[in-house]
Design a protein around this ligand. Structure first.
Ligand code: GDP
Ligand code: MG
Length: 176
């Protein structure tokens, strides 16, 4: 059991980026504390949380930086330089958050081409026949840029663990 582990084999820095309100803090809360709060406070300073993850028999300590909603690219340039992986998050019910995800991606590529980047379409629980979603747009961007794309729900705890384990795996694959 990984969570019972004291030490770790590798320390990884992860960064969550994306528009305000897409669910970044909720994903971190779900992943590190197993909780979802329907009315979280907006993030006002960088929030740092950590959790152990086991991949291939190795123990990783994933240190996660969750940025405030109004961050601009220059606000996070220091974090970008020291991060191993970035999860770019958008809200599957909001096209503008997807368009901004694409912008964030381009800026990340320019800043640090070594980062493992993953695209997350959050709030999949809100998808139904009556809601237009940007799932296809996410898939297309991911295919074009060879990114891993996962749809998550922090609310229903769907694919949250999977998304974080996947990005740790991508980073680990590159380390060895
Ligand atoms: P952040 O600004 O990106 O950190 O977003 P927050 O985590 O603060 O979430 C913004 C709002 O979206 C809050 O009201 C959350 O409860 C809600 N939210 C976050 N994740 C989900 C999800 O997976 N499904 C639904 N339905 N709501 C979510
Ligand atoms: Mg937040």
């Amino acid at each position: 059991d990984c969570s019972a582990h004291d030490g770790h084999d590798h320390l990884l820095n992860l960064l969550l980026i994306g528009d305000s309100g897409v669910g970044k803090s909720s994903l971190v809360s779900r992943f590190t504390r197993g909780k979802f709060r329907p009315d979280p406070k907006p993030t006002s300073t960088n929030n740092i949380a950590a959790r152990h993850v086991c991949v291939d028999g190795k123990v990783f300590k994933a240190q996660i930086v969750d940025i405030p909603g109004n961050s601009s690219y220059s606000d996070i340039s220091t974090e970008v330089l020291s991060t191993n992986g970035a999860l770019i998050v958008y809200d599957v019910t909001s096209l503008s958050t997807f368009e901004n995800a694409e912008k964030w991606y381009k800026e990340l590529q320019i800043a640090n081409g070594e980062i493992e980047v993953m695209l997350i379409g959050n709030k999949s629980d809100l998808v139904n026949d009556f809601v237009t979603t940007c799932t296809d747009a996410g898939k297309e961007l991911a295919e074009r840029e060879s990114l891993v794309f996962i749809e998550t729900s922090a609310k229903d705890n769907k694919n949250v663990e999977k998304a974080f384990v996947e990005v740790v795996t991508l980073i680990f694959d590159k380390l060895i």
